[in-house]
Ligand binder design. Structure first.
Ligand code: 3HC
Length: 324
C-alpha cells in the first residue's frame, strides 16, 4: 500500500489541490477521510513513522539504566518514563495508520533501514548522569519541536501531540532534577554531569534536523503546516532556553564560541558537526548497529505472539461466519 502511494506523488495543481491548500491556509484540520495530495500523505507517513520509531528506539538508551538506577525512587521514575515513550510510539503508529499504512509496514521499513529514527539515539548512555542529560536535553529538544506540532494540520497527528506534550514535560523535569542533584553533589558527581553535557550537547542540537539550507522537506512541509517552524528557528529557541539552565546548574556548555548577542536577542553558537550528523544517518554512529539489532531481535522474538493473536482472530472470524 505504502509503495503505491510513493509512486503516485506527481506535482499536483488540480482544483482539489488548490482547495486543499485553501483549507490549510485557513487553519482547518485535515482528517483521514478528507481528500489530500499524495505528497501530503507521503510526507506525513514519513515524518510520523520516523517520529514513532524514535519514541520506540529512544527507550533503548534509557532501558539500559533501569536495573542500574541508584535508588528505588529513581528506578520507578525512569521505568514510568520509558513506559510513556512506548505509549507515545503507539499513539503515533495509530495516527500514521489512519493514512493507509500498516504498523507492520512501518516496522519493516525501520528494520530494513528504509525509515529512520532520531540520530540522538545512536549515542551511548555511559553513566547515570546521562539519564539526567537525556531527560533535560533530549526530551527538552523533543518538547521544543513537539509543542508547535500540536497545531499541525493533520488532525490525528495534532491530537497525538497534545497528549504526548503533557507527558514530555514530566520527562524533561525528571531529567533536570537528576542533573540538579548531581551538579550539587560530590566533585565526582558534578564531573559526571559535566561529562554528560559535553557528550550530549551537540547531538541534541542535531535533533532539530540539518541547517535550513540543507533541509529538503521544510519548505513544502511548512506550506502544508506539517511543520510549523524551520529547523534553525527551533534550534535557536532550544539554545536560548537551555544555556541559562546549564548556568543555573553551574555547568559549562561545551561551546567556546557561545555568546549572547544583544542585537539578535539570542545566543550565537557553534553549529553541530554536520559531517558527523550525516555520517550517523548513514549508519556509522556509535550505536546504530546495536539499536537496529535490538529492534530486529524484539521483532523476531515477538513473532510467536503475533502469530498466536492472528490465529485467534482468524478462528473467531470463522466462528462468527459459521454462526450467521
Ligand atoms: N535524526 C534522523 N534523521 C533526521 C534528523 C535526526 N535528528 N533530522 C533530520 N533527519 C532526516 C529527515 O528525516 C530527512 O530524511 P528523510 O527524507 O529520509 O526523512 C533528512 O534528514 C532531511 O531533513 P529535513 O529537515 O528535510 O526533514 P524534516 O522536514 O522531516 O525535519 C524533523 C526533520 C525536524 C526531525 C522533522 O521530521 C520533525 O519535526 N519530526 C517530528 C519530531 C520527531 O520526529 N522528533 C524525533 C525525536 S522524538 C523523541 O526524541 C522522543 C522523546 O520522547 C525522547
Amino acid at each position: 500500500m505504502y509503495a503505491q502511494m510513493v509512486k503516485s506523488e506527481a506535482a499536483d495543481d488540480s482544483a482539489e489541490a488548490k482547495a486543499f491548500q485553501a483549507r490549510i491556509d485557513a487553519g482547518e484540520k485535515i482528517e483521514p477521510k478528507d481528500w489530500m495530495p499524495a505528497g501530503y500523505r507521503k510526507t506525513l507517513i514519513r515524518q510520523m513513522g520516523q517520529h514513532a520509531h524514535s519514541e520506540i528506539v529512544g527507550q533503548l538508551p534509557e532501558g539500559n539504566w533501569i536495573t542500574r538506577a541508584p535508588t528505588l525512587e529513581r528506578k520507578a521514575i525512569l521505568l514510568a518514563k520509558v513506559q510513556d515513550e512506548a505509549g507515545h510510539g503507539l499513539y503515533l503508529y495509530c495516527a500514521a495508520e489512519t493514512l493507509g499504512v500498516s504498523r507492520d509496514e512501518l516496522t519493516e521499513m525501520l528494520l530494513d533501514g528504509r525509515m529512520k529514527y532520531s540520530s540522538i539515539f545512536n549515542y551511548p548512555t555511559l553513566t547515570w548522569a546521562d539519564m539526567g542529560a537525556v531527560g533535560w536535553l533530549v526530551d527538552g529538544a523533543a518538547i521544543m519541536n513537539q509543542v508547535p506540532l500540536q497545531r499541525t494540520s493533520f488532525g490525528p497527528y495534532s491530537r497525538a501531540m497534545i497528549r504526548i506534550c503533557k507527558e514530555e514535560s514530566f520527562h524533561q523535569r525528571q531529567g533536570y532534577d537528576i542533573m540538579m542533584k548531581m551538579a550539587a553533589g560530590t566533585e565526582a558527581q558534578k564531573k559526571m554531569a559535566q561529562d554528560a553535557l559535553n557528550r550530549l550537547w551537540f547531538p541534541s542540537l542535531m535533533m532539530f534536523g540539518p541547517s535550513d539550507k540543507d533541509s529538503v522537506h521544510s519548505t513544502q512541509s511548512m506550506a502544508w503546516k506539517i511543520k510549523m517552524n524551520t529547523n534553525d528557528e527551533l534550534r535557536q529557541k532550544f539554545v536560548d532556553q537551555t544555556v541559562p539552565q546549564a548556568e543555573y546548574l553551574g555547568l559549562t556548555v561545551p561551546d567556546k564560541d557561545l555568546k549572547w548577542n544583544d542585537e539578535k536577542g539570542g545566543y550565537d553558537f557553534t553549529e553541530p558537526d554536520w559531517d558527523e550528523f550525516f555520517d550517523v544517518l548513514k549508519g556509522n554512529g556509535p550505536c546504530n548497529t546495536e539499536r537496529l539489532a535490538a529492534r530486529n531481535k524484539a521483532w523476531d522474538d515477538g513473532k510467536w505472539v503475533r502469530d498466536g493473536l492472528l490465529a485467534h482472530a482468524e478462528k473467531r472470524s470463522i466462528r462468527k461466519v459459521a454462526a450467521q
